[in-house]
Design a protein around this ligand. Structure first.
Ligand code: PLP
Length: 435
């Protein structure tokens, strides 16, 4: 009998994160100081990040031990299950095998606490009492609020205004965990005030909210800033997903031909994919697909160049695929995929041809998410449905070619706090916004 899910015991949880930096075919282009155009020094980052994370950002070590205190919090929901999507396979009538790593079992409902917990821990250890951050759809804000609550820290969240209004329940979750949440652009910061002066109805964007959170952290001594995606250390913390998936696929007796994930800043996809990229660099044949919305087509239509991480131009310049730091994407419901850039690691792998990217429109992704819910029973976040759309297309292609391929994707989060968007979808009120 085929098994539905593959579980690891708590004591089988990987004890190390995988750092791809020493294994990359060429070194990453360094982040640059926007004024001098010289590589930034660790000192410059210490105004807003703790030493431990700055070290991880540039670490030459292939594996980095997960602190016991972080493992203790992970154990609340990790290891996460690996599922076989057998009913989806049956529905599609495909010879392909489809597996997904289900990150929706965390308290905030996504992969994001994998890094939030680690970041809160390292900050707490270095005496920081308060963290600031931005959040789009609210998943990152709720992950950091949860993590700060675990280590008894204060949490200040600048939430993109359009999401603050569209997704009120995540705001409530953040507040239940003890965080302060305000809509961005706000009047709390110089960058927020400057934007509101020009356009009082500005719907906000991740880039604007980042500017506000960074400014807040840089101007308060007891406060650091915490970023939910993009940076090397964030991707590092997410690799526990792929390390677990490898062990679980061994139990299943399979190895992936395709590794797929939705891509906003790139962290959930990197978390699943990077441990397999390591195998690929050693000769395994695997195809990697990062999936994004056509409304914010960073990898498929962006330029590979140095750009700011935020709208106001406060952050170092990162070498990445970007749509321009002043790009404000349409208000699609996959709020977590509305970032103008992408992780430098993912960008480099895409640029060097190791990864490929696909883009889909909003409606076809909701169709895929609704289909998945009907056949598999779990409601995916609108972000996750982008990965599912790609998986369905590839599984149908396998059917056409009669190929028994193994497809693995990251189910980055559940959609139970996105039912407002699904309601609009069911009522036929959702539109494709990019044409
Ligand atoms: C935040 C989020 C994403 C996108 O962010 P990445 O850094 O690209 O992973 C995708 N899915 C869910 C459920 C999210 O919460």
């Amino acid at each position: 009998m085929d098994r539905k899910k593959f579980l690891l015991d708590e004591n089988e949880m990987p004890k190390k994160w995988y750092n791809i930096l020493p294994d990359l075919p060429r070194p990453l282009d360094p982040p640059l100081d926007p004024q001098t155009k010289e590589p930034i020094t660790p000192d410059q980052l210490s105004a807003i990040f703790p030493k431990a994370l700055i070290e991880q950002e540039m670490s030459p070590e292939r594996y980095i031990p997960i602190p016991k205190e972080v493992m203790d919090v992970y154990r609340l929901w990790r290891p996460t299950p690996l599922y076989r999507a057998e009913r989806l396979e049956e529905y599609l009538d495909t010879p392909a095998k489809i597996y997904y790593k289900y990150e929706g079992v965390s308290p905030p409902g996504s992969h994001k606490p994998n890094t939030a917990v680690a970041q809160a821990y390292y900050n707490m250890k270095e005496g920081i009492e308060r963290l600031t951050t931005e959040t789009g759809a609210g998943q990152w804000g709720s992950a950091l609020a949860f993590a700060c609550n675990r280590f008894e820290m204060e949490c200040m969240i600048y939430m993109v205004k359009v999401s603050y209004e569209q997704k009120p329940y995540r705001k409530t979750m953040m507040m239940l965990w003890g965080a302060e949440v305000i809509p961005s652009p706000s009047t709390r910061t110089n960058s927020g005030r400057a934007i509101l002066e020009k356009d009082p109805n500005n719907p906000g964007s991740l880039g604007i909210a980042i500017s506000e959170a960074v400014e807040d952290a840089a101007t308060h001594d007891n406060t650091n800033y915490s970023l939910g995606s993009v940076l090397n250390h964030v991707l590092l913390h997410q690799t526990i997903v792929g390390e677990e998936a490898k062990l679980q696929l061994e139990i299943a007796g399979d190895y992936p031909d395709y590794v797929i994930g939705c891509c906003g800043g790139g962290s959930n996809y990197a978390g699943l994919a990077l441990p397999f990229v390591r195998d690929h660099l050693e000769g395994k044949e695997i195809e990697f697909y990062a999936v994004e919305p056509t409304a914010c087509p960073t990898l498929t239509k962006g330029e590979y160049t140095y750009d700011f991480g935020d709208t106001a131009g406060l952050t170092p310049l990162l070498k990445m695929y970007t749509l321009g730091h002043d790009f404000i994407p349409p208000s699609i419901h996959a709020g977590g995929l509305r970032y103008h850039g992408d992780a430098p690691i993912i960008s480099a792998l895409k640029h060097d041809g190791i990864m490929k990217a696909l883009a889909y429109r909003q409606l076809e992704c909701f169709d895929a998410g609704a289909l998945f819910t009907r056949v598999e029973g779990i409601v995916p976040a609108p972000e996750t449905s982008h990965a599912i759309k790609a998986v369905i297309d590839i599984a149908l292609d396998c059917k056409k070619k009669g190929e028994e391929k193994v497809i693995l994707f990251n189910f980055s989060g559940h959609g139970l706090l996105d039912l407002g968007s699904y309601e609009l979808y069911l009522e036929g009120k959702l539109k494709d916004v990019d044409e």
